[in-house]
Design a protein around this ligand. Structure first.
Ligand code: IMP
Length: 198
């Protein structure tokens, strides 16, 4: 049985304002007192894992130890099937150092030239870790296709080139309210909530 989060403060182990915003929004109904790793000036560990889950654990454990509080980390990314799952765990690292995803999206587009398979999925691993080292990990995924040119200015990262299955708007054209019910993050979240918060 999963360990339960017993209230009190929870660190969102991320320095990415967009992620912190999405996670805080998803946790809002549970009245959790959240603070981000950025606000606590916690160092960002190197993501040396080989999978989303391993990287989520590295980040959550670093914040849990640094703050002596339970910490929740998200490791996520875009997995494009025809190009061996790239950018995958390197999704953030394909952006410029300033965080511009224009060149990263161009790179996906260029690699997909001459490919008929444009299928992809977003993957999210959530790790909730405690200062004693115990972790619970949950994963969620949403399938879709890569479109070009990019569409929409809402959201972040690769949102403008990702068209979720069964929808006619990219994530870049989708409000957070419409993204939440289907997103990879929300799907991982519903498992986390059922196991650790309910
Ligand atoms: P990391 O988990 O901080 O290593 O970075 C994940 C990266 O994956 C983000 O910087 C985005 O580029 C991408 N990504 C993850 N989730 C989403 C999403 O919901 N929309 C768009 N891009 C995403």
């Amino acid at each position: 049985m999963a360990r339960h989060f017993d209230g009190g403060r929870l660190v969102i182990a991320s320095h990415n304002k967009n992620k912190v915003h999405e996670i805080a929004d998803l946790l809002a109904p549970y009245g959790t007192d959240v603070v981000s790793a950025g606000e606590l000036n916690l160092p960002e560990p190197e993501e040396t894992g080989a999978t989303f889950a391993e990287n989520a654990i590295i980040k959550a454990q670093a914040s849990a130890t640094g703050a002596n509080l339970p910490a929740l980390a998200d490791d996520s990314g875009l997995v494009v099937h025809a190009i061996d799952g790239r950018p995958g765990i390197y999704s953030a690292r394909w952006a410029t150092p300033e965080g511009d995803f224009g060149p990263a999206m161009e790179k996906v587009h260029a690699l997909l030239e001459n490919q008929s398979d444009r299928s992809a999925h977003f993957m999210c691993a959530l790790a909730l870790c405690w200062p004693d080292g115990h972790c619970e990990v949950f994963e969620g995924r949403i399938d879709g296709t890569i479109v070009w040119p990019p569409r929409g200015t809402i959201g972040f990262g690769y949102d403008p080139i990702f068209l979720p299955e069964g929808r006619d708007k990219t994530f870049g054209e989708t409000t957070l309210e419409a993204k939440h019910p289907v997103s990879h993050r929300a799907r991982a979240f519903s498992q986390l909530v059922a196991a650790c918060f309910a």
